[in-house]
Design a protein around this ligand. Structure first.
Ligand SMILES: [Zn+2]
Length: 503
């Protein structure tokens, strides 16, 4: 009897101990989880009561969408190529909410690939447009008479070719293929990175030739601003090279002419859309060029900086990093203007490691870049990652671009997941949305929010990302404050909209 009592007492003590241990374990676990949620992007944002109601609605949709995929991973869109599910995105309620969200700014966008292929095709109805079709290649040029430019077939008026076809809709569909990489045919995009960049460069080349005609460039840019504005983007930092635009009478403009056009068109757009904040320009040069050319372009950039201080933001290099020259090759020119001009370098847009491409990040940071374009490989460089965080250098992440240009196939493996978890200074942008038929920003936000960020990431993360787009822009402090005030006003309307229309 005595031993049974002792055994019982011992059992009870043990059970109490285990219960206490489990209780402590759960407290510790919740604390750790809470700590991680606070570290992540948006973790410090406090939501208002109304925002909490909207957040519950948003999270219900997000978690339902994700939970369906956890049960059926083979249908999980984000593990597949963007082109396979692009047309289904509209069905998502989360996307519908994001579509209505005021997004602040787009900070990483290349001017010639901002506009959708549909709008580009509409612009080809302009008079005096000649076309040179060679196999699957297309050159376009405006001229009063047949262009005296190289063409290995023959220059024909596009209107004549179009009108001589039986089916104009089919003709325009085929024409559209020259303006976009988007295709449902897997063999078009299931290639290595260099082949996909080659296709991309071909599309760029056709579009750049087409929009080098000054009146078209003006209309192109206006239409592009409209598409961005309709996607709730109020301010854009446009990266652009400085091509020579031409007129129908043969006049060729100097390198400063296009920035003048941007300035003029943006002012006109703002006049017609008073809530639009405006644009700034980041002048770019292709990394295949040499130091001498860079000196030349930097001189023009300096001139632009003096003439248009409100428009000019800085300088960058573009083109496939893996095949182009690294920043180190341009050090003599870049070091000379360091401190005089802001840099917004692309860096680490690569899957390689320990190569000149990912080590571009090192030079970008040492040269004082204000932001890093892509920074895809940054996650592999702990010292640089720490510097980026301590110096508060924003990483401009362009998720869909990274899918289309072959850096990632299953976006859950995108380093953005880590950047968000670590609370890094991140902004989301879209690089070249026109080139792959994406929304100016909504698709990138949707994929990042549902496919990459934690299942627990909520409205606070979205709000922080939108605020970041203003915080890390090239606007001055006063303009940032005004912009954020305006954004928060729009944000309140958005919150009410979610509660009214999605409950
Ligand atoms: Zn880019």
């Amino acid at each position: 009897m005595y031993s049974i009592v002792i055994q019982y007492v011992l059992f009870m003590l043990c059970a109490q101990n285990i219960a206490r241990n489990i209780q402590n374990y759960n407290i510790e676990r919740a604390k750790l989880l809470e700590e991680e949620l606070t570290i992540q992007v948006g973790g410090n944002i406090k939501l208002s009561d109304e925002e909490n109601v909207a957040n519950d609605i948003l999270m219900q949709y997000k978690q339902r969408e994700l939970d369906e995929f956890i049960q059926n991973p083979k249908y999980f869109n984000f593990s597949r190529h963007y082109f396979t599910y692009k047309d289904d995105i509209e069905k998502s309620e989360v996307y519908q909410i994001i579509k209505r969200m005021p997004k602040g700014a787009a900070l990483h966008v290349h001017s010639s690939l901002m506009l959708s292929a549909e709008r580009l095709v509409a612009l080809t109805y302009e008079d005096h447009l000649y076309a040179c079709f060679v196999d699957d290649d297309l050159k376009l040029h405006f001229s009063v008479t047949v262009p005296q430019r190289p063409c290995s077939s023959k220059w024909q008026l596009l209107a004549d070719v179009r009108n001589s076809t039986e089916n104009i809709t089919a003709f325009d569909q085929n024409l559209k293929k020259h303006f976009t990489l988007y295709s449902r045919n897997e063999s078009d995009w299931k290639n290595d990175i260099n082949s996909n960049w080659k296709r991309f460069n071909k599309v760029c080349h056709t579009i750049k030739g087409f929009i080098a005609y000054r009146p078209i460039r003006e209309r192109f840019f206006y239409e592009a601003l409209k598409e961005f504005y309709n996607d709730k983007i109020m301010y854009i930092e446009v990266r652009s090279s400085l091509p020579n635009l031409y007129e129908l009478n043969g006049t060729v403009h100097d390198l400063t002419h296009m920035p003048r056009i941007y300035n003029k068109v943006a002012k006109q757009f703002k006049k017609e859309h008073p809530d639009f904040i405006g644009i700034k320009l980041i002048v770019t040069m292709h990394r295949a060029k040499n130091v001498a050319k860079m000196f030349e372009i930097i001189e023009v950039a300096k001139q632009l900086n003096t003439e248009f201080p409100d428009l000019f933001a800085g300088f960058d290099l573009v083109g496939q990093e893996d095949l182009g020259k690294p920043l180190m090759d341009f050090l003599p020119a870049l070091a000379e203007v360091e401190g005089e001009m802001n840099f917004y370098f692309h860096g680490g847009e690569t899957n390689w490691y320990g190569m000149a491409t990912d080590e571009n990040l090192l030079d970008a940071i040492l040269l004082g870049t204000k932001r890093i374009g892509h920074g895809y490989a940054l996650i592999k460089h702990p010292s640089l990652l720490a510097l980026v965080k301590s110096r508060d250098i924003a990483i401009e992440v362009n998720v869909i671009s990274n899918i289309v240009l072959s850096l990632v196939s299953d976006v859950r493996n995108h380093p953005l997941a880590s950047y968000l978890a670590l609370g890094m200074p991140v902004v989301l942008s879209s690089d070249d949305p026109g080139a792959w038929g994406a929304d100016p920003l909504s698709h990138d936000f949707y994929i990042a929010f549902v496919g990459i960020a934690s299942r627990r990431a909520d409205l606070r993360m979205l709000k922080q990302l939108v605020i970041n787009s203003i915080k890390y822009s090239a606007l001055n402090a006063d303009d940032k404050t005004k912009f954020i005030t305006e954004l928060l006003r729009e944000w309140d309307i958005f919150i009410k909209d979610i509660i009214t229309n999605f409950k």
